[in-house]
Each structure stands twice: as structure tokens, then as C-alpha cells.
Design a binder for this molecule. Structure first.
Ligand code: FMN
Length: 170
């Protein structure tokens, strides 16, 4: 598949099989994030891979709490959209996916947020290229992640990318 077809056919994955990701594949996907352009070439991000079931379950539990709060306070169009898209408040994908790639940005670097998002895009496309599904998941609060991952001051979580092979829903 060429790049244009890949970009056109990529869709978010919210249901994952338990099949493990070969280490070399995961490393290639992570490396792709570093090929992205970044403000003043600072590469202002860190990638943390969480793959142990206990930590994934912990992250899921926290995400469900903050996202329920967010959902209850959100506008009706958003609630309708969630229903239409069948997006649940249960974040099963955080436990199901064999790996969660958590991307955090270094806030003292120039254009840190823009650069981090470009890097995330490269990773999402690389995962697609490797036949892996991903979801660009942005929990509405991230304080708990900083604590769970012991991130130092100035390193802000931006996204959680559950990555793995899509579950056959047929
Ligand atoms: C910045 C950003 C934040 C997102 N946050 C969430 C999220 O918190 N939860 C979720 O289920 N999907 C999230 N998504 C995925 C979008 O809902 C999804 O990309 C969009 O509906 C289009 O569907 P597709 O990815 O299958 O093309 C996010 C996507 C982006 C780009």
C-alpha cells in the first residue's frame, strides 16, 4: 500500500486482540516518531511503553473516572456523537491492547506541543504500515498519568496510543 492509500484507509481501532507485537516491529514504530520534524530540532517528547497488565488496568480505571466526569459535563452534540460512533465510557481498549504508547512533551522546548503531535502522527502512520491498529486517545485529565509514570516536572502527557492487532469483530 502506498502512503496515500495508507493515510486514506487508516481508521481508529478500539478493539484489540491479545496477539503480542514483535519487539522489532514495536521498535520500528517508536523510531518513526523520531523522524518527524520538530521545533529547533529539539525532539521535545518522550515515549513510554506500558505493557504490564496491572499498570494497563490501573490506567484504564483512572481514564474511565476522568472521562465519565468529562462526558457528564459535555455538550449534547458531543454525547450524541459518542452514541452515534458507539464510543463507550468503558475504556476496554486500554487493557486489551498489548502495549500502550504514552507520549509526553517537554514543555520548556520551543513548539513542544506542535512537534509532539507531528511525532505522534508519524507513529500512528508507522503502526498502520506495520498492520497494527491504534487509537489517538486523549484522556480529559492527565495528572494521574504523571503520577503513575513518575514523570518529572515539565514533562506533560499528551496522548495514550493503545497499539496492537485489531480484534476481528466479525
Ligand atoms: C487530537 C485527537 C484526540 C482524540 N481523542 C480521542 C479520545 O479521547 N477518545 C477516542 O475514543 N477517540 C479519540 N480520537 C479519535 C477520533 O475520535 C477519531 O480519529 C475520529 O473520530 C475519526 O475516526 P478515524 O480515526 O477512524 O478516522 C482523537 C483523535 C484526535 C486526532
Amino acid at each position: 500500500m502506498n502512503l496515500y492509500e495508507l493515510m486514506k484507509h487508516r481508521r481508529s481501532t478500539r478493539h484489540f486482540s491479545s496477539k503480542k507485537i514483535p519487539e522489532d516491529v514495536l521498535q520500528r514504530v517508536l523510531k518513526a516518531g523520531q523522524y518527524a520534524p520538530s521545533g529547533a530540532d529539539k525532539h521535545p517528547y518522550v515515549y513510554v511503553v506500558v505493557d504490564d497488565p496491572v499498570s494497563k488496568e490501573d490506567i484504564k480505571k483512572h481514564c474511565e473516572i476522568v472521562d465519565k466526569r468529562f462526558y457528564e459535563n459535555s455538550k449534547s452534540w458531543f454525547k450524541d456523537w459518542m452514541k452515534r460512533k458507539k464510543i463507550s465510557l468503558e475504556k476496554e481498549f486500554l487493557a486489551e491492547a498489548p502495549a500502550l504508547i504514552i507520549v509526553a512533551g517537554e514543555t520548556d522546548k520551543p513548539y513542544w506541543l506542535e512537534s509532539t503531535w507531528i511525532s505522534i502522527t508519524y507513529v500512528v502512520l508507522a503502526a498502520e504500515y506495520e498492520g497494527l491498529g491504534t487509537l489517538t486517545y486523549t484522556p480529559s485529565e492527565t495528572g494521574f498519568l504523571k503520577e503513575l509514570l513518575s514523570l518529572p516536572k515539565g514533562i506533560e502527557p499528551v496522548v495514550i496510543l493503545p497499539v496492537g492487532y485489531a480484534k476481528d469483530m466479525g
